[in-house]
Design a protein around this ligand. Structure first.
Ligand SMILES: [Zn+2]
Length: 315
């Protein structure tokens, strides 16, 4: 079976040139995919706009309306870091809906796994507010969609963006049906993500944070994968795996201080494919989050994509 790719040129319409989270992030990735002739091995999955009801599975109606009206007025900032422009509301719906289209394609068996190259990113977005460059929480909306629309019971989200995914953690904090696992630099933005944050109520034990000091490298991550994450994930037995795939842990990234190379992201992907093959027929939907060095980012995405594509053929 194949690997799907989700992309749409409208993802470039949410843009602010002086901001690190700008449209060039996607154009440089797409240029690299063309150059490496990798697109011919991928199944193109067209995105759609998420419905308001789908966004409301995670976000408060008041907040959704606030973003809509702000964009109708031409755009503005949701917080100091998070801009919107006139088309950002529609682009954010298309970003979330792109991930939903990927989930649908994977669940229907049209592809085994898929990479959603969407913007704006999502994992910092909370139910009632956007923050940290994120408007709607694409991965969280996708997890809810897999459960509510397709009847899946257990969703594993692995978040290796270098920032803690506070939004995703909050959405599922009391929910044992979604196991959220985050690797992130600490101390760093947004300040959440300690090991003590394990979930609450029924959800206790289904939120796992791995804060790592600046300068951590691939082996530090692999130790956690092998000792803790893989056993826990196999025991949880997910029916689909979502990756919040941020590549800002790359050593050349301007917004963080980690020591990862593109080969490390390939390794993390291989291990995630192993988990998915052992539990859910290899079903993975990977969602682009951060990654701000325009030379390193395409290399990381290519390495990630090659592992999604090739890993299963090795066995
Ligand atoms: Zn990030």
């Amino acid at each position: 079976m194949a690997t799907g790719l989700i992309y749409h040129p409208d993802y470039l319409k949410h843009n602010l040139r002086v901001h690190p989270e700008n449209a060039k992030r996607l154009t440089c990735i797409m240029r690299a995919l063309e150059k490496e002739k990798i697109k011919e091995y991928l199944v193109n999955i067209p995105p759609r706009r998420a419905t308001l009801e789908e966004i409301e599975s995670v976000h408060q109606t008041d907040y959704i309306n606030e973003v809509d009206s702000l964009c109708r007025e031409g755009g503005g900032h949701l917080d100091a870091d998070t801009y919107t422009s006139a088309s950002s509301f529609q682009v954010a719906l298309l970003a979330a809906g792109g991930v939903l289209a990927a989930v649908q394609a994977v669940i229907e068996g049209r592809v085994e796994n898929a990479l959603a190259l969407v913007r704006p990113p999502g994992h910092h977005a909370e139910p009632g507010r956007g923050m940290g460059f994120c408007i709607f929480n694409n991965a969280a909306i996708a997890a809810r969609y897999a459960q509510q629309e397709h009847g899946l019971k257990r969703v594993l989200i692995i978040d290796w963006d270098i920032h803690h995914g506070n939004g995703t953690q909050n959405v599922f904090y009391d929910d044992p049906s979604v196991l959220y696992v985050s690797f992130h630099q600490s101390p760093h933005y947004p300040g959440t993500g300690s090991t003590e944050e394990k979930g609450e109520g029924q959800g206790k034990g289904y939120n796992m944070n791995f804060p790592l000091p600046p300068g951590s490298g691939g082996q530090d991550y692999l130790n956690i994968f092998h000792k803790t994450l893989i056993p826990k994930a196999l025991e949880f037995n997910p029916e689909i795996v979502l990756i919040s795939a941020g590549f800002d842990g790359h050593r050349e990234d301007p917004l963080a201080g980690m020591n990862l190379g593109e080969e490390d992201f390939a390794r993390f992907t291989d291990l995630t494919v192993d988990i998915a093959e052992k539990t859910c027929q290899g079903r993975i939907v990977s969602v682009l989050e951060g990654g701000y060095n325009l030379e390193a980012l395409p290399r990381c995405v290519l390495a990630h994509l090659r592992s999604l594509l090739l890993r299963r053929k090795e066995r």
